[in-house]
Write a protein that binds this ligand. Structure first.
Ligand code: ZN
Length: 152
């Protein structure tokens, strides 16, 4: 079972999200320019001058709960923890938990890729989870799964 001190820190979660949303270098979500200035966690595009934050142009732009709590709800959802237990674990209301579960479901990728032939496998370990990623050689087809435990 996940305990509070096993949760990634707010900073770590932000780092994961930045990596997922932007890759190695932050770019402008409007014009995709990489000429970005950073000031106290906010970004500004030097080309089209818009200001943005890590999540402002993602489906998490309206997030109102702390990221650690959000991580916990996501973790519960991935592990298929029932709503009631998720409420107890996160301290969130039934409405909130249900809303997040619906949101996660709504943002699942539309198609699942079935990979063929030669694939490259890679895995990343989090405290007690493993993220497995596979890429079909010579294509951009990716598949991934999150498993509980670190001995997969
Ligand atoms: Zn821009």
């Amino acid at each position: 079972m996940y305990t509070k001190d096993q949760l990634p820190s707010e900073a770590q979660i932000r780092k994961y999200l930045r990596r997922i949303l932007f890759g190695k270098n932050v770019f402008c979500p409007e014009c995709r320019s990489r000429r970005i200035s950073v000031q106290s966690g906010r970004y500004r595009c030097k080309d089209c001058r818009i200001r943005f934050s890590l999540l402002s142009h993602s489906w998490l732009s309206n997030i109102k709960i702390p990221l650690q709590k959000w991580w916990m709800v996501l973790w519960c959802w991935v592990c298929q923890v029932p709503v009631k237990q998720t409420m107890a674990l996160t301290g969130l209301s039934k409405v909130s938990v249900t809303k997040w579960f619906d949101t996660f479901r709504g943002h699942l990728p539309e198609e699942t890729h079935i990979l063929e032939r030669v694939v490259q496998l890679d895995e990343a370990y989090f405290k007690n989870m493993t993220l497995i990623m596979a890429k079909q050689k010579g294509t951009r087809n990716l598949a991934y799964d999150v498993l509980i435990g670190t001995s997969v």
